[in-house]
Unconditional design. Structure first.
Length: 333
């Protein structure tokens, strides 16, 4: 086994050139495990691919937003999707280096897929607005209920195929000795997930999917457009906010499409608020009815009428029949 204290210098020696950014990237790596020489070589090879692809200007297919015949956006087979709660810090970190394993930011891994980024993998073409059995989502994704989550999308284009090849959840790696000890237990592997060794750089991010609540914040949209200028942006309901791959789009169109998506979200929230208010009113009416029934059972007719008057309600006719003329006069009726 190669001891941890030698790993960083070992990797830096294997990466050629004097690129300061590359060296900074390597110096941030946390090595909290002992790896075999074969595992270090595997990691080094993937880092080389990562740094090489990071320096490329990728073609338009990497940023393609796929639309069906009804102009509805969809994910193609083998698309990778990474979901997380939105925060300024998370977005800034992804905009700096891309979707990388936590160890490359000096953070220990919480699961067992060491030096990997775990994505959800699309098994067959599926509409963004209607993920189903072809795309198994989890509670980190912006799909489904209105929320403030965000997902980053990676199209499986040929130019980054060498980087995507090392999905350590793929069965082709089951017997590879250099993979054992990096990937978690065999039972964690499934067709709906992908564990990419190292991860993917920022320029591989094809698109962004927003939870509906994020559409209410103009500054969030502006920030994402600035940090990810080539990526498409859509809502989890399938509304296109920015798309450069299917048509020539002027900025005015971007603003119109964003305003439309934002208004749609506001209407959804109004419906939810109205439904919640309606339920609350029903509950208040039930509670008030219980109080009135309790008053009827435990209070004289006169005191019942007095309570109605003090609450600003008319005294029911059935109750008035049980009051004397003097009691009615005292109630200013």
């Amino acid at each position: 086994m190669i001891k941890n204290r030698f790993l960083i210098s070992f990797l830096i020696q294997l990466i050629h050139g004097d690129n300061v950014r590359d060296k900074d990237f390597l110096n941030n790596i946390l090595f909290d495990r002992e790896l075999s020489e074969e595992q270090v070589k595997l990691l080094n090879s993937q880092i080389r691919k990562f740094l090489s692809i990071r320096a490329l200007k990728l073609d338009g297919i990497q940023y393609q937003l796929y639309l069906d015949d009804n102009k509805r956006p969809y994910f193609t087979k083998d698309t990778l999707v990474y979901g997380t709660e939105y925060s300024e810090e998370v977005v800034d970190n992804i905009a700096k280096e891309g979707l990388i394993a936590s160890e490359f930011n000096g953070i220990p891994k919480v699961d067992e897929n060491y030096y990997c980024v775990t994505f959800k993998k699309v098994s067959s073409d599926v509409l963004i607005s209607s993920p189903g059995k072809n795309f198994v989502i989890d509670d980190k994704m912006p799909f489904g209920k209105i929320n403030d989550r965000i997902a980053f999308v990676v199209n499986p284009s040929s130019k980054i195929g060498g980087l995507l090849y090392y999905d350590l959840m793929d069965s082709k790696f089951d017997l590879r000795a250099d993979v054992k000890g990096i990937i978690g237990r065999q039972k964690q592997r499934n067709l709906s997930s992908s564990a990419l060794l190292v991860g993917v750089p920022k320029n591989c991010i094809s698109g962004i999917v927003l939870g509906d609540r994020l559409l209410l914040e103009d500054k969030i949209i502006n920030k994402l457009e600035r940090l990810f200028p080539l990526a498409y942006i859509v809502s989890s309901s399938g509304e296109v906010i920015r798309d450069r791959s299917n048509k020539i789009v002027v900025e005015d169109f971007d603003r119109v499409s964003f305003s439309s998506a934002k208004r749609g979200t506001e209407l959804k929230l109004m419906k939810i608020d109205n439904k919640n208010l309606e339920e609350e009113n029903k509950k208040l009416k039930r509670d008030f009815k219980k109080i009135i029934n309790s008053i009827k059972d435990n209070t004289s007719y006169y005191n019942q009428a007095k309570i109605y008057r003090e609450l600003g309600y008319n005294v029911p006719k059935g109750l008035l029949k049980n009051l004397t003329k003097e009691e009615i006069r005292s109630l200013d009726m």
